[in-house]
Design a binder for this molecule. Structure first.
Ligand code: SF4
Ligand code: SF4
Ligand code: FES
Length: 259
């Protein structure tokens, strides 16, 4: 039996499920009760559900589907809404969420297309990263010689920006990021700043700025600042939005001089 408890303590989970995007009629909440284990997090609680997929009423169901890879808050794949807050399942500790056995609610992110249960399709973020060329251009076909050096000060400024794991927490919380708007969101703007700061990346700075001066660009940000509140990597997103806004304004006003 799934909930054979050695310590007697159990963890209550309430999971929002849906079989597929084409089957909205299968949307439902299911409740599970799993044995408590020391240091348990939501990911390990879901693993227990997966092992013994039986609801609290004793009904056998299909195992809950979710994504996870690194299990150390680095890949972003286990991002979901836990007790109403968007975060990673692998770092959401049961002891903190339900110290007195409270029910933990788990839902998929709402701003991306649903795939199944807790899995969503975050492709939109990756497509937007392509639009802004969020990479350093390197041509490996011939000897380029040494690249420009990056100073320790530049490295220090860039490092916090580089910690983004494209998890989607920021866009989930952003009122401007939705199906009706092409806004690329704060993570993408932060990558524009990151790569424009890099001495080699700066060679393509204007292409990135042009990309965020168009539809879905920086001017769509409503400055609500929800994004910075939820970023698990504490990336200074509001600063990045301000830097990109300043740079695009400069390009708009003086870009013609550089053509
Ligand atoms: S900026 Fe923060 S919240 Fe947004 S995708 Fe990157 S790590 Fe996640
Ligand atoms: S400041 Fe507000 S509107 Fe702008 S990206 Fe962040 S959450 Fe979205
Ligand atoms: S599994 Fe990678 S962030 Fe949770």
């Amino acid at each position: 039996m799934a909930t054979k408890e050695t310590s007697g303590r159990v963890v209550h989970l309430k999971v929002k499920r849906q079989d597929s995007p084409e089957k909205p009629d299968t949307a439902r909440w299911e409740e599970f009760k799993v044995p408590y284990l020391p240091q348990m997090n939501v990911n390990s609680a879901l693993q227990q559900v997966q092992r013994y997929p039986k609801t609290t009423e004793g009904k056998e169901v299909a195992p809950v589907v979710w994504e996870a890879a690194c299990l150390e808050e680095v890949c972003g794949s286990c991002t979901m809404i836990i007790n109403g807050r968007v975060r990673q399942a692998c770092s959401a500790l049961v002891d903190q969420l339900a110290p007195n056995g409270e029910t933990i609610t788990i839902e998929p992110m709402s701003k991306f297309p649903l795939v199944r249960d807790l899995v969503v399709d975050r492709s939109r973020m990756f497509a937007d990263l392509k639009k802004v060329k969020a990479w350093i251009f390197l041509d490996g076909t011939h000897e380029l010689g040494p690249g420009p050096r990056e100073s320790p000060e530049q490295q220090e400024e860039r490092y916090p920006l580089s910690r983004c794991m494209t998890c989607g927490c920021c866009v989930e919380s952003c009122p401007q990021f939705n199906d009706a708007s092409p806004f690329m969101g704060p993570a993408v703007m932060n990558q524009v700043r990151l790569f424009n700061l890099h001495p080699s990346g700066a060679m393509h700075k204007n292409e990135r700025l042009d990309a965020v001066m168009g539809p879905g660009g920086i001017s769509d940000c409503g400055k609500a600042q929800n994004c910075v509140e939820v970023c698990p990597k504490e990336i200074p997103l509001v600063d990045s939005l301000a830097v990109v806004a300043r740079d695009t304004t400069k390009r708009m006003l003086f870009g013609w001089l550089l053509k």
